[in-house]
Design a protein around this ligand. Sequence first.
Ligand code: NAI
Length: 470
Amino acid sequence: MSEQKRQFDLAIIGAGPGGYVAAIRAAHSGKSVALIEDKELGGICLNWGCIPTKTLLAGADVLRKVKMAKEFGVNVDHFHVDFPAMLRRKTQVVERIRKSLEGLLLSHKIHILRGFGQFRSKNEIIIKGDETYAIQAEKTIIATGSRPRNLSAFPFDYHKIHDSSSIMELATLPNKMVIVGGGVIGCEFASLFKELGVDVVVLEALPMILSLEGKNVSDAMTSSFKKRGIAVHTNVAVKSIDTHGDGVVVHMGDDLAPISADIALVAVGRQFNNENIGLEKIGVAMHPAGFIDVDDHLQTNVPGIYAIGDITGKMLLAHLASHQGIIAAQNAIGIDSVIHYNAVPSVIFTHPEVGTVGLTLEKAQEKGYDATIGKFPFQALGKSQASMETEGFAQVVVEKRSGQILGAQVVGHEAATLIAEMAVAIQNELTLDCITETIHAHPTVSEAWLEASLIASDTPIHFPPKIRRS
Ligand code: NAI
């Protein structure tokens, strides 16, 4: 049978963490599934985002521990950073996972179609790869993702002005770098490069870095960054970047002195991959900001056409894309499923790490809750003292009347893993009692949730009582 005549129950455009998970979920039902990908299986997350950055950050963490070794009673006399070796390891990890992902997809009998997918009509997709051909699909999930926002005032040249992908291809470490944007990506790379010995300056247009995570988290990260020698300038909007033989000069307006560095990383948000896929042709409704509008079944305004992941303009997170993938696939195969966004964890792999889920205190109050917090510092935990990881805190946001947990924020060692407990709590509408009545193993950092919940309940154990004024 020639490719031109192939028919599928479901086609998925984009094989990132949204698209490939949707493909596997749909394949459980025995439906025929086509997964269309123009670049690499696994998308940005596996190839240029989550996994390679976390591999490099793991290397930086080893270095951090080596630097602390003497305090643990371990003498490491000579060490140096072999950056090319770190990069090689990053590539190996990505390649290994990509290979197993391909095997996994094939084991589920998913048809991987290489090329750029474009709607010719609602049920027909042209695939432009080494050859061009068309397939028929009864239903389609659009999972085309996003890419770094390229500003015309200082476009990427991928040599001195980098985006979050090209920065990972540097052959050597710069002496100094300027990071434009103190959001998630800017802060993760600031943390990584500082650990590797680079002089790092972060420039953020808003009054605080990591502004979406709330004031407590932002303040803690700002002071931690400053303590480690990362220069953080807020209320500073970058206007232009000049490049020259030796590096870059970053301009922030007339009244501020320009900053020179070897390279700049621009991390000012992302733009949606909505072009050339034929959305207009089939009448898919788009938001003016460029993302695809979907309902709570992840269906677009065109019946049978779904969208998931970054292209839906929700939180741009791999794990949310995967979850959306499962919901959309279930709807596409006839299992009625609805998405909820109230318990989406967000994790930032800086040092110290950040984990958040649900509402911050500010957001809870904005929504009209009579809310309070219980905040416990890692300094007061035995496990944190033992491992010399005492920076940061765990905090629960609760409704005073019912004790329901509305949100949680944690800054510190293992924060990204710790936040899972609170995601379960919020997803299942648990109250403080559910946490305080759960036995948390000792000595572990998970005790921070128990202690924070006890503080919020006004019955602190390893923390002094509130001072009561009569
Ligand atoms: P972002 O939206 O988080 O932060 C961009 C920052 O740049 C903002 O704070 C903004 O005020 C600032 N900015 C914009 N223009 C500026 C200018 N001219 N001068 C100075 N500052 C300027 O975007 P980011 O960091 O690029 O991340 C993109 C997305 O990727 C985010 O939505 C994030 O959730 C996601 N992501 C998540 C990760 C994680 O969960 N660990 C890792 C990487 C990305």
